[in-house]
Design a protein around this ligand. Structure first.
Ligand SMILES: Cc1ncc(COP(=O)(O)O)c(C=O)c1O
Length: 379
């Protein structure tokens, strides 16, 4: 079956007891045993419940994985992936990772004996040079948030193969509709489902998609031990959102291209960072490994003052953290999503004070561009 068909039907079979085309929300914490040692497949909702199982099947299918586990947030899922490691293990990460992942690694997990190196994973030689004898994981975000650097997943996965290094890709920015990292050699895919998979800015969630049964066993153990699995209502909302993923991503992608071109031609905008523009340094890699450039972009307005004047004038675009919803969201990474990164690190990787991030929604694109234009008058 095709992607859109799978997004609508896998894990979403009609309810066997009533025939309801949409599975009910199993809003219950516990399940009654038929007799001691015998139940209907569920015992306690922290361990598992039908809405979670359904969503996990859908996400595994869409990413082409062996299995998937869904978590209370993207960060809970990413944390579970790092917890499969042992003290003394070393992880190489993309240097411009989401600020929350940077904080988790450098301010929390480092105290449990894990070692982290942040490198520009868009340069394969730098990735190779960063490997140590104790390197166990390569964690890639592509495109990076918010600098939009693209890593050649197949090239770096090849470098990791044979060294027993697990390749993890955060596919949040594109969704499996636009990028399928497992087909390119990744062992694990993670998502903030809060973004495109749910797509409506009304629920949080994380997903970890596995290709190896031994990883799946560890992730499920962590999920049920730590109690970080996604709750029934949130599973229901994300499952509902996923049903329209294909059509949403088509429109997000089309709007993303149109807005990027519009901003690129605007005299007040110094530079647009978007893999769909031929000027982007990894444009060719993006064309090869992505089905489209997507709807995330950033652009430089030069100074914090210019960015502030602009952001205080937008009306349709909402000044807010997060991304991937149907509505256009705009933010200033240096003061919002990446505030937990030290200023010198932000400066080095290009998250300047005037860099604005845009998550292009699926409103009429003329309205989005008109709103950006009127706000740019104040820059
Ligand atoms: C690329 C990326 N990965 C992971 C996360 C974390 O997800 P969550 O906010 O659902 O915990 C985010 C959040 O913004 C993100 O942008």
């Amino acid at each position: 079956m095709g992607f859109a068909t799978n997004a609508i039907h896998v894990g979403q079979e009609p309810d066997p007891t009533t025939g309801a085309i949409v599975a009910p929300i199993y809003q219950t914490s516990t399940y009654v045993y038929e007799e001691l040692g015998k139940h209907k497949g569920y015992d306690y909702a922290r361990t598992n419940h039908p809405n979670r199982k359904a969503l996990e099947r859908t996400v595994a299918k869409l990413e082409g994985g062996h299995s998937a586990y869904v978590f209370s947030t993207g960060m809970a899922g990413i944390d579970a992936v790092f917890r499969t490691l042992r003290p003394g293990d070393h992880v190489v990460l993309s240097e411009a990772v989401y600020g929350g992942v940077f904080r988790l690694a450098t301010q929390l997990l480092v105290h449990f004996g894990l070692e982290f190196s942040f490198v520009d994973t868009s340069v394969a030689d730098l990735v190779h040079a960063s490997f140590r004898p104790n390197t166990k994981m390569l964690y890639i975000e592509t495109p990076t948030n918010p600098t939009m650097r693209v890593t050649d997943i197949a090239a770096v996965a090849k470098l990791a193969s044979g060294r027993n290094i697990t390749v993890v890709v955060d596919n949040t920015f594109l969704s499996p509709y636009l990028q399928r990292p497992i087909e390119l050699g990744a062992h694990i895919v993670v998502h903030s489902m809060t973004k495109y998979l749910n797509g409506h800015s009304d629920a949080m969630g994380g997903a970890v998609v596995l290709t190896r049964p031994e990883d799946a066993e560890k992730i499920y153990f962590i999920q049920r031990s730590a109690g970080t699995g996604l709750a029934p209502m949130d599973c229901f909302l994300v499952s509902r959102g996923i049903k329209t993923l294909a059509v949403r991503m088509l429109q997000h992608n089309a709007n993303g291209i149109a807005v990027a071109r519009h901003l690129d031609a605007h005299p007040k905008v110094r530079k647009v960072f978007y893999p769909g523009l031929p000027s982007h340094p990894q444009h060719d890699i993006a064309r090869r490994q992505q089905r489209g450039p997507g709807a995330m972009l950033s652009f430089d307005l030069g100074t914090l003052d210019a960015a502030r004047r602009f952001l205080n004038q937008v009306k349709l675009c909402a000044l807010a953290e997060s991304l991937g919803g149907v509505e256009t969201l705009i933010s200033l990474p240096a003061q919002m999503t990446h505030a937990s990164m030290p200023a010198e690190v932000r400066e080095r990787i290009g998250i300047t004070d005037g860099l604005v991030r845009l998550s292009v929604g699926i409103e009429d694109v003329e309205d989005i561009n008109a709103d950006l234009d009127q706000a740019l008058l104040y820059v």
